[in-house]
Ligand binder design. Structure first.
Ligand code: ARG
Ligand code: ZN
Length: 425
């Protein structure tokens, strides 16, 4: 068995963490395509009942991926049969797919830990601690251009820090772009892409100084630090999405709320769940999650200078703008559309990757209480959720050999969106 072999190797090189003995053995991924409103509502219902939808559009005619555990299989198959839903098996054993990749990732981390010295390579994914070390080191090495600030703590008391990047001209009160990554724990490529943006703005300053002329950039590379660390503790945890605050539900404990359903703007109205065991749990009340509070407070403290809020997720190749709680469009939707389409166009020209852009509700699905809607409501002129492409056996697990390609492509899109923003605001 490949996985036990990997485990032995890990222990042999001095691992202190424990790889969970459970894994996704026997779990499957199905693609389901709703072709009418009734079928679409069944998918919503399944999601509320604890089925885990990944990288999904729940729009008619578009396939949606759902993870089905061995215990859920009969129910799921019966349902798709009863409702004559188009479905196909995408991955017949998630456990096997995750285990191998997971062990490789942990190996790389152990052999090459980042203590906070110099540039990061795009050859692996980093831990919360490594990310913090990295930005602290940048602040030390570039004290004139970089400023790191503690902005709060996660539920499990991990420190959350922003890095503010300037051109060092000492001018205060510039317009700014606020960007974050790692809202959803399993979307490892998100913090990776955000770290690359930091690298480009700081270490590749000569080339990118023009992006810092009239704007400062404030970046929170990892919002959901607890969830992210959790996904790196073992294979069963790899697909974790939410935060890690425990909640009781009918005598059992379910962990976390979806931080991207926890914001107090049309909170829990649509596309979110009130069930603590659901992956889209909105929380017992808005801002129950300290991580969402941190982002909210940052938004309010930055919004008078804040022109764009950009939040990086995966996967699905989308550039989404408000609203996500209604199909209505904001007043300046044409500006939002211009920024998003510029990003999509730049990426397409550079690599051929196709992004879909539009309002969240209209091109993906309705979901209220997300950070993009809140940022726009809080005063950012432009607010965008960028869903990077999927890769790997699941979609959330681009192999480390593809990080470089993904993050450089993402940077091309972000840079182009910033340029467009500068024209407009
Ligand atoms: N995949 C993201 C999520 O489900 C998309 C959020 C889009 N924004 C929105 N307001 N619905 O959290
Ligand atoms: Zn996400």
């Amino acid at each position: 068995m490949k996985f036990s072999l990997g485990l032995l190797v890990l222990l042999a090189c001095g691992a202190t963490f424990v790889v969970a003995d459970q894994d996704y053995e026997g779990y499957r991924i199905y693609e389901v395509t709703p072709s009418n409103a009734e079928q679409a509502s069944i998918l919503h219902q399944l999601s509320a009942e604890g089925f885990d939808f990944i990288g999904q559009s729940r729009l008619l005619g578009q396939p949606s991926r759902v993870i089905v555990s061995p215990g859920q299989l009969d129910k799921f198959l019966q349902l798709v049969k009863d409702h004559k839903m188009i479905h196909s098996l995408f991955n017949s054993n998630l456990g096997a797919s995750i285990a191998e990749e997971f062990v490789q990732l942990q190996m790389q981390r152990l052999m090459n830990p980042i203590t906070g010295k110099g540039r990061l390579s795009n050859e692996r994914y980093y831990s919360h601690e490594e990310i913090i070390n990295y930005i602290d080191d940048l602040a030390q090495r570039y004290p004139k251009r970089v400023y790191v600030k503690t902005v709060g703590w996660s539920y499990e008391k991990r420190v959350l820090k922003t890095i503010t990047i300037t051109n060092g001209d000492g001018k205060f009160g510039k317009k700014l772009i606020f960007m974050d990554g790692g809202f959803h724990a399993r979307e490892w490529i998100s913090p990776a892409a955000v770290l690359y943006v930091i690298d480009q703005l700081v270490e590749n300053f000569q080339e990118n100084a023009y992006l810092l002329e009239d704007y400062d950039w404030v970046i929170l590379p990892l919002v959901n630090a607890d969830g992210y660390e959790h996904t790196q503790t073992g294979t069963l945890a790899r697909m974790w999405r939410k935060t890690r605050q425990p909640y009781n539900y009918l005598g059992q404990t379910c962990y976390g709320a979806d931080p991207n359903r926890n914001f107090d703007f049309h909170w829990n109205e649509e596309g979110a769940s009130s069930n603590p065991c659901s992956d889209t749990y909105a929380g017992p009340n808005a801002f129950s999650e300290p991580e969402a509070v941190v982002v909210r407070d940052l938004m309010h403290s930055l919004s008078d200078r804040g022109i764009m809020y950009l939040t990086i997720h995966s996967y699905g190749n989308y550039l989404l703008y408000p609203w996500g709680w209604t199909s209505d469009l904001p007043d300046n939707w044409q500006d939002l559309d211009a920024v998003a389409s510029t990003g999509a166009e730049a990426i397409k020209n550079a690599t051929g990757t196709v992004y879909t852009y539009g309002s969240s509700t209209n091109v993906l699905y309705i979901a209220a209480g997300a950070s993009d809607d809140y940022g726009y409501y809080a005063g950012f002129n432009v607010s965008i959720t960028m869903e990077l492409p999927g890769a790997g056996s699941i979609g959330f697990n681009p192999p480390v050999t593809r990080i470089e390609e993904f993050v450089t492509e993402t940077w091309i899109g972000i840079r182009a969106m910033a340029e467009k923003l500068f024209e407009l605001y």
